[in-house]
Ligand binder design. Structure first.
Ligand SMILES: NC(=O)c1ccc[n+]([C@@H]2O[C@H](COP(=O)([O-])OP(=O)(O)OC[C@H]3O[C@@H](n4cnc5c(N)ncnc54)[C@H](O)[C@@H]3O)[C@@H](O)[C@H]2O)c1
Ligand SMILES: O=C(O)[C@H](O)COP(=O)(O)O
Length: 343
């Protein structure tokens, strides 16, 4: 009698072992085992792992994740039956190439679920920036004997009637807009994105504006564009100079969106403040003056999914596997066109 498992699609999991352990709980592994005829071992971090050598020809789907090594054309040549790649994290950049679409291999990503915690972190940052909380806390630490209220410097205070500039109507940018609109009172949201549809932005409750208009009007500027050749240093000395005194820049996207030298100048002078989850380089060198500034709050790239948040992404990749196996349409497919302008 044929083994039931051979009727299921052949699947390999390509990701770092620590992420496999953290994301694929026993319950998710049980689901995976029920949906797939798994390779042995189930998880490796590279398709060139010798343990997979004799098994590549049968593989139909790959579940990938953080810690996976790039998937080369050579490896794809050895997998003529490969139909889909289901990524249990966000960006597939650095992992897949245009080769995938050229070969008709479907790509799906859990990036929407990685976007949620970044948007939540950004909302929290906007609220804290409105009170200048991280900056006043740093001033208090530096000068503990001072009356805290005397530490209140120039720039916006309070979270009502503020203008928030959102760079990028991306997955995360859209979520930030939604959360801000739901949470803060009488807030004006401006969006800058050359690919966004004006009506869609308006329906989401914001105004699509030029970069210049956004910079002139924003009390808080928050960055959510992908890092592409066209967006590197999109915020340079000219753009920073257009911001009013006391504006806080929030960057949870990529450090290289901002010209770091120009940013450093504006922060050292105290004219602008910043909440930076990402920097260029990352981490900043120990000699960076930004570490010593009370108007700068730096976190070590923690806005995206961490710990318990990452299991939703694994579950979503399994949902996609189950859909593909039963010829249902995918919910998280990434087309080649989207890939060109994606994070
Ligand atoms: N800090 C973290 O832990 C963390 C986690 C996840 C993502 N990120 C970063 O957050 C950013 C947003 O991620 P995402 O998944 O929402 O991106 P995404 O893939 O949804 O972004 C694509 C969209 O960005 C917009 N865009 C493209 N070029 C633009 C430009 N020149 N100006 C403005 N907008 C432009 C377009 O609307 C495009 O559809 C990326 O830089 C990503 O790397 C950071
Ligand atoms: O900064 C990020 O993009 C995340 O922390 C990592 O997510 P990724 O899966 O998009 O690389």
């Amino acid at each position: 009698m044929p083994d039931e498992s051979t009727k299921r699609p052949r699947v390999a999991v390509i990701m770092g072992e620590e992420h496999w352990r953290a994301q694929f709980t026993p319950e998710l592994r049980r689901r995976l085992g029920e949906a797939a005829n798994l390779t042995a071992p189930v998880q490796v971090n590279s398709l060139s792992d010798p343990a997979l050598a004799g098994q590549l020809a049968d593989i139909e789907f790959l579940i990938t994740g953080w810690g996976a090594m790039p998937l080369s054309s050579d490896a794809l040549d050895k997998m003529p039956r490969l139909r889909g790649l289901l990524h249990s994290a966000g960006s597939v950049r650095g992992l897949v190439t245009s080769d995938f679409w050229e070969r008709g291999i479907t790509v799906s990503t859990s990036a929407d679920l990685n976007a949620d915690p970044v948007a939540e972190f950004t909302l929290a940052s906007i609220i804290m920036a409105g009170k200048k909380a991280p900056f006043l806390a740093a001033e208090l630490r530096a000068e503990a004997a001072k009356d805290p209220r005397s530490a209140v410097g120039p720039g916006c205070m309070g979270n009502a009637r503020r203008t928030i500039g959102i760079v990028g109507f991306s997955r995360i940018g859209r979520r930030v807009l939604h959360l801000v609109s739901q949470t803060l009172h009488e807030t004006t949201c401006l969006v800058m994105d050359p690919f966004a549809d004006r009506r869609e932005v308006a329906e989401a409750g914001a105004h699509l504006v030029s970069m210049e208009e956004m910079l002139a009007r924003a009390d808080i500027l928050t960055l959510h564009a992908p890092l592409l050749p066209s967006t590197r240093h999109m915020i340079g000395p000219r753009e920073l100079a257009l911001l009013s005194d006391g504006v806080t820049i929030i960057n949870t996207a990529r450090g290289a969106l901002i010209d770091e030298e120009a940013l450093e100048g504006e922060l050292v002078s105290g004219r602008l403040s910043a909440i930076l989850d990402v920097t260029e380089p990352e981490p900043l060198p120990p000699t960076s003056p930004l570490y010593g500034l009370t108007n700068v709050f730096i976190t070590p790239h923690i806005a995206g999914a961490l710990g318990t948040e990452t299991q939703r992404m694994a579950s979503a990749a399994l949902d996609e596997l189950e859909r593909l196996s039963s010829d249902q349409p995918l919910e998280r497919e990434l087309t080649r066109q989207q890939y060109e302008v994606s994070a």
